[in-house]
Design a protein around this ligand. Sequence first.
Ligand code: CA
Length: 229
Amino acid sequence: MRILAVEDEPELARLLLVNLSRMGFATDHAACVEDAHALLDTCSYDLVLLDVRLPDGSGVDLLRQMRARRQEVPVILLPAADSVDDRVAGLGAGADDYVTKPFALEELVARMRAVLRRPGRALSLTLTAGNICFNSVTREVCVGDRHVALARRELAALESLMRADGRVVTREALEEAIYGLEEDRQSNVLESTLSRLRRRLEAEGAKVGIRVMRGVGYRITAEPTRAAA
Ligand code: CA
């Protein structure tokens, strides 16, 4: 799940990036209209969070241009609480929803999930590997038909491995995924997270394994690995 946050207020942008990546969303940031256009032209996003008042223009105009260019990515507008006009203009320009500032992060995430769940928006939101399904919107994991509850770090590690679809995920990338920027990094947390994840998956009968690629990182494989490995 890749998100573009277009926001020029540095502290809010930082909070969005830290918290969304902590929740397992890969998040890019643009601080002005020009940078946002450049990213939208080169990357594919699942969702855009869009500030309205940007240093080089209006988020609503940016949205209008996106829709005119057939960039149909869902957009949640982030207008100031006192600007009813921005909200009306934004919805008219093709925003999927809006969350007025200041907002609680939980509220924003709830709206993001609602927007992503809408019919026609649901493509590629479910990751699969062997008999494991990972719904990247609801953050639910199933092994076969059974729902499996995993801790936050285990979920983040599993999502990174499943997104890579058998390719190697570096140690650094996995650490990025499981830590928030504000957490102290301890050298053995990645190993213990992966070892708990392996044990859980094995206990649930998952037909995948997590292999160590020594000195490089980890990858998910079609054959189970022993929890002790
Ligand atoms: Ca602004």
